[in-house]
Design a protein around this ligand. Structure first.
Ligand SMILES: [Zn+2]
Ligand SMILES: [Zn+2]
Length: 204
């Protein structure tokens, strides 16, 4: 694993700006990887052993993805929409897992660790770089039961929606009145009133 400064520079570039979230995310990811004993996760041997659950879709999440190499499309990053600045690092080989939560109290400590900086964002960014990990984070060892249909690798399950005929992978179909159907047909999709568009061969 690269050192903190190098990782921070890279994550800020990938994320689009340097922010307090990048500092938090990089430090959280480095700690998480150390705790589960995978310190070289971008090495092809280790990447398959790692899953990270993130609990918020904000700045730090991008830093975690950058440092660990986990990606939604590889199924190594799981997004749980809890609105909490936290992530759980799982070593699939050992089953060892740690959940790290970014503390609220760290905000209050920023002036102590970066005195003399007027701008709040600047102060937080600077303070979070040097604040001890114990002030920045709370850590808990947890058990994570990862269902077989959630692990990386080829789809194990495939169903055909009994209403519209679309293929639903990975056991994400839902049962309604004894039929296995897709989220859209069940009326529980994130969008409403789908209206077919017939002509969309606009330009190549
Ligand atoms: Zn940001
Ligand atoms: Zn359907």
């Amino acid at each position: 694993m690269d050192n903190f400064e190098t990782l921070l520079e890279g994550s800020a570039a990938a994320h689009g700006h340097l922010c307090a979230g990048q500092v938090i995310g990089v430090r959280m990811a480095m700690l998480g990887l150390q705790l589960i004993g995978l310190e070289d996760p971008k090495n092809s041997d280790q990447i398959k052993k790692l899953i990270v659950y993130v609990e918020i879709d904000r700045c730090a999440t991008d830093a975690i993805s950058y440092v660990t190499g986990v990606q939604l499309g590889r199924r190594s990053m799981k997004f749980m929409d809890y609105g909490i600045n936290a992530a759980t690092f799982v070593n699939l080989e050992t089953g060892c897992a740690f959940r790290i939560v970014s503390t609220e109290k760290a905000r209050g400590l920023a002036s102590e660790y970066a005195p003399g900086i007027e701008n709040k964002n600047e102060q937080q960014l600077t303070a979070y770089k040097v604040m001890p990990l114990e002030a920045l984070f709370e850590v808990e060892e947890v058990d994570v039961d990862i269902p077989p249909e959630d692990v990386p690798g080829p789809s194990r399950l495939k169903a055909i929606c009994q209403k519209c005929g679309i293929t639903v992978r990975d056991g994400r179909e839902v049962r309604q009145q004894d039929k296995m159907i897709c989220h859209s047909c069940a009326g529980i999709a994130y969008y409403q009133n789908p209206r077919k568009v017939k002509h969309f061969n606009l330009r190549n």
